[in-house]
Design a protein around this ligand. Structure first.
Ligand code: ADP
Length: 400
């Protein structure tokens, strides 16, 4: 595949994360964040050639922020810029891979918005702003859900009346697909196994957390569902709870739907359990000083993670290795070791010294000799989005 530079854009409702990625180079030529968009405090931070910069862009919206970015991108990429890759959270059942942006793609992303009411409209704002500012460049949407479209029906269907699936798209979709895909490809490469004959469990542990079972390069099950709330305990999300909790809180406390959703998404998880923080690093420090809430939050987080990984094992023919990634997975020796204490049934044991050494960007194998492979791999969603964008552009450019 010919290489070249891709501008990767990840738009939130009031922010834009961006990176200029050339798959041939390790470092990004330009990367940064525009945040608090639409407010008087809007600001653009970027890093290029080892230098950090900040510029106030008061009241700038997505389009104005991208316009500020344009000369920086042109300076850093010049003629090398081949296209733009947009992270889009939800592709529903429509998108099984990255897709070149055209009127049909935009309409399908819009149609999927009810499934991701906070994310997809923000992603669309970024795409529309970028189309206006870079009309000559091919642009590609890369979906968090697409990798999981290979789930078999028995893994993606809820045990609910069929009409909810057939007419309303109520099923498990899964997220973090770009990250699970990237680390599973790296795991195969690092282990000298062909991707097409490999079998992995992956744990993406950032602010949002999910597990995934990957067989021969395809996702076969994952812990997130219709929305990113299902599955593991996360920074502020509860993960799995008894669905009757909604009725119970409504009847006993007279809570509204919005209150319950807010509590489950924003006040729960590590934050809710600890009463202290959603941040694992802070919780580890508090635990070391004997904070009972922080101690419990970490215990629950690790036990639920182990339980999810064991369950994902049902989707694998064998286990070539377990992958830890995301801010917690890449840095917390404590979480990795506590999680694996619950997984001895899967022949997973850690080498304590190797585990402690894999922090702060150090990747590698951390299993005890003679036990199943355990890998710490730094995720790089921007790089995977750039690779998928290049592949989508090149597929279209190829003659039939
Ligand atoms: P996001 O999902 O926002 O991309 P990250 O992947 O950056 O998040 O992960 C953020 C999480 O990683 C936080 O809980 C943070 O405390 C945790 N983390 C980062 N560094 C460490 C560390 N050295 N030890 C423990 N946890 C860490």
């Amino acid at each position: 595949m010919p290489s070249g530079t891709i501008l990767v854009i990840n738009c939130g409702s009031s922010s834009i994360k961006f990176a200029l990625v050339n798959p041939d180079a390790q470092a990004f030529a330009l990367s940064g964040l525009a945040e608090r968009l639409g407010s008087p405090d809007a600001v653009l931070h970027w890093q290029a050639a080892g230098q950090k910069h900040t510029r106030a862009i008061a009241t700038a919206d997505h389009r104005a922020a991208l316009a500020q970015l344009l000369p920086l991108v042109q300076q850093a990429a010049g003629e090398q810029l081949l296209g733009i890759g947009h992270r889009v959270v939800h592709g529903g059942e429509h998108f099984t891979s990255a897709s070149l942006i055209n009127p049909q793609t935009l309409a399908a992303i819009r149609q999927t918005a009810p499934l991701a009411p906070l994310h997809n409209p923000a992603n669309l704002q970024g795409i529309e702003a970028a189309l206006a500012l870079f009309p000559e460049l091919p642009q590609v949407a890369v979906f968090d859900t697409a990798f999981h479209q290979s789930l078999p029906e028995h893994a993606y269907r809820y045990a609910l009346p069929e009409v909810l699936y057939r007419e309303h798209g109520v099923r498990r979709y899964g997220f973090h697909g770009t990250s699970h895909r990237y680390v599973s490809l790296r795991a195969a490469e690092l282990s000298g196994l062909p991707v097409t004959d490999s079998s992995w469990l992956s744990a993406h542990l950032g602010n949002g957390c999910s597990t995934c079972a990957i067989v021969n390069g395809q996702s076969r099950d994952t812990s997130m569902g219709l929305t990113p709330l299902e599955g593991l305990a996360m920074g502020t999300r509860s993960g799995d709870v008894d669905p009757n909790l909604f009725g119970h809180l409504s009847r006993t406390l007279d809570w509204s739907l919005e209150q319950i959703e807010h509590m489950l998404n924003h006040d729960s998880g590590l934050l809710g359990l600890s009463g202290l923080s959603n941040d694992m690093r802070s919780l580890e420090q508090a635990r070391a000083k004997g904070h009972p809430g922080a101690t419990l939050a970490i215990e629950v987080f690790c036990y639920r993670l182990a339980k999810s990984l064991a369950a994902m094992g049902c989707a694998l023919p064998r286990l070539d290795g377990l992958i830890f990634t995301g801010g917690i997975g890449e840095n917390s020796a404590l979480v990795r070791s506590k999680t694996l204490e619950h997984l001895q049934l899967l022949n997973l044991r850690l080498d304590p010294a190797a585990n402690l050494a894999c922090v702060g960007g150090n990747s590698g194998p951390i299993e005890l000799q003679g036990h199943t492979r355990v890998l710490v791999i730094a995720t790089n969603e921007e790089r995977q989005i750039a690779l998928d964008t290049l592949a989508a552009i090149n597929t279209v450019a190829l003659p039939n």
